[in-house]
Ligand binder design. Structure first.
Ligand code: ATP
Ligand code: MG
Length: 496
């Protein structure tokens, strides 16, 4: 039985379930018997214990679809589909995957739909125009739904931006020693760690366990089921500006899509690009996007530190546009086609051509000059990353080095430059075939989609190790709440 199954058992939940819910898609709370929409009228029963999922059988007909059974603060939940929405500075990507099993019976995913739109109303990872951002989220969602052939009812949504801060905190829960540590004890300890005093307008986005202590035994990786009287957790708390969080949430909720969890983007990317042994040894994942550079440090399989920088590929393109006296679009094209951060490898007289709006013929540019501009900015970004890693105190504890990902990590020569600046192993990480996700197209196997694919995996692996707030499309938005308050106030002023 898997960890989740054991947790369900310790949490005092039933361990046998039946569920099929393909017609409405998405998730629903546990029910023990209902009809499978894939095998029409037949009643489904689960033919295996819930070790994290199962397959349905009905009157001898075996359904081919599976689901994930899990439990959180809301109780036990059955999930057949997982969706992700990555709202980046340059693109919005929506993915929907079906929960399946691999040949060994482990939970896995199969991508059913992909939708993408060019970002609008988002700067440096933060929504600056809710109307525009909502519209491009809608475009991406619509394409994804069309591709998958079913609606997105809820999704894991990425969040980044310089409003994010992190801190470490401790929490504790008493344990009934006859039962051992339960999932509820773990959640209670995490809730305790979450109760920190925050500056005004900041709210908790994640509370993630770094390490557990059971009685006086420290460095426990996963305490579930251990015999104990007292459980302590050392947690990593990620907070963000309530305004930024609500604006982002609004862009998704307006499409009647619930938010399963807002996930800090580097935490999602790590799921898609890091190998377990790297996370165990000590590694930093650096997601170089269009508007932000996100850093997350993992040591002994635990998250230690996260930083979001307001710097990304758009800065490289802007520098080029200024240096070449060319529009942003031309600079972007030149960067993507001829860009390298190793000017020494480019012949001094090599010319490249690109069209400039308003001019009839193509204009020529010195490739060496382009490369010098890119090198200067790339050095600056990587040096700031190095400074942040040193400030974190973990710089000397990263034997597995740095894994670069995100669209900008594909810039030619960046790994060489990174090795020089960091003085440790550097590689580019992208979603790969070794992940428990089928149906990844060639496009998705690129560092650009590390966050999007990682969000799906985060959803698949979500369990008792973290607590978070869920946003529902049914709950009133901050705007409607405000309008409601104003109406109540006006009504109080009126006679009768
Ligand atoms: N082959 C490439 N070489 C250099 N840069 C590239 C390449 N492909 C994409 N980029 C750059 O990657 C950036 C987009 O990356 P990505 O899609 O990860 O960002 P995003 O998720 O939209 O933004 P963010 O996460 O920062 O909010 C753009 O600046 C783009 O120019
Ligand atoms: Mg991104």
């Amino acid at each position: 039985m898997g960890l989740l199954g054991r947790w369900l058992q310790f949490a005092g939940k039933k361990t046998e379930f039946g569920s099929c819910q393909a017609a409405t898609g998405g998730r629903q709370d546990l029910r023990t018997d209902h009809r499978c929409s894939l095998c029409s009228s037949a009643l489904c029963t689960l033919n295996r214990p819930a070790g994290g999922g199962g397959q349905a059988s009905s009157r001898g007909i075996r359904c081919t679809h599976s689901w994930r059974v899990w439990a959180n603060q809301r109780g036990v939940v059955v999930q057949e589909f997982i969706s992700a929405i990555d709202i980046g500075t340059t693109k919005v990507c929506a993915l929907t995957a079906a929960v399946t099993h691999d040949s060994l019976g482990n939970l896995a995913l199969r991508v059913l739909g992909v939708g993408q739109a060019v970002s609008r109303g988002i700067r440096r990872g933060v929504v600056v125009n809710v109307k525009d951002a909502t519209a491009c989220v809608g475009e991406a969602v619509e394409k994804c739904e069309e591709d998958a052939g079913q609606p997105i009812l809820s999704a894991y949504v990425g969040i980044a931006g310089s409003h994010i801060s992190t801190l470490n905190s401790k929490g504790m829960s008493p344990v009934d020693h006859r039962q051992g540590v339960t999932g509820q004890d773990m959640q209670r300890a995490l809730e305790g760690a979450r109760a920190v005093a925050l500056p005004e307008n900041q709210e908790v986005i994640h509370t993630i366990a770094r390490q557990w202590t059971v009685d006086s035994q420290g460095a426990v990786q996963y305490p579930l089921g251990m015999s104990a009287y007292r459980l302590e957790v050392d947690a990593h708390i990620v907070t963000g500006s309530s305004t930024a969080v609500n604006n982002l949430a609004q862009c998704v909720l307006s499409h009647n899509i619930d938010i399963d969890e807002l996930v800090l983007e580097p935490l999602a990317s790590n799921e898609a690009v890091l190998r377990p042994e790297e996370r165990q040894m000590g590694v930093a994942v650096v997601d170089l996007g269009g508007g932000t550079t996100d850093i997350a440090i993992f040591i002994e399989d635990g998250l230690c530190h996260t930083v979001i920088l307001d710097l990304g590929g758009n800065h490289l393109t802007n520098d080029l546009a200024v240096g070449l006296h060319a529009p942003f679009e031309t600079a972007e094209e030149l960067k993507l086609r001829y860009g390298t951060v190793l000017p020494d490898r480019v012949a001094a007289d090599e010319k490249v051509w690109a069209t400039v709006f308003g001019e009839r013929s193509e204009r020529s540019f010195s490739r060496r000059f382009i490369s010098e501009i890119l090198e200067a900015r790339a050095c600056e970004i990587l040096e700031i990353v190095r400074e942040k890693l040193e400030e974190s105190g973990y710089y000397d504890r990263l034997p597995a080095g740095i894994v670069l990902t995100g669209g900008s990590s594909q810039l030619h020569g960046l790994t060489e430059l990174g090795r020089e600046i960091f003085g440790m192993p550097v590689r580019v990480g992208a979603p790969s075939a070794r992940l428990p996700i089928g149906g990844l197209t060639r496009t998705l196997l690129s560092p650009t989609y590390a966050t999007s694919v990682g969000l799906l995996l985060w959803g698949l692996h979500e369990d008792a190790r973290s607590v978070h707030r869920r946003f529902s499309a049914d709950s009133p938005s901050p705007h409607t709440q405000w309008v409601g308050q104003a109406m109540r106030w006006l009504r109080n002023l009126l006679p009768g």
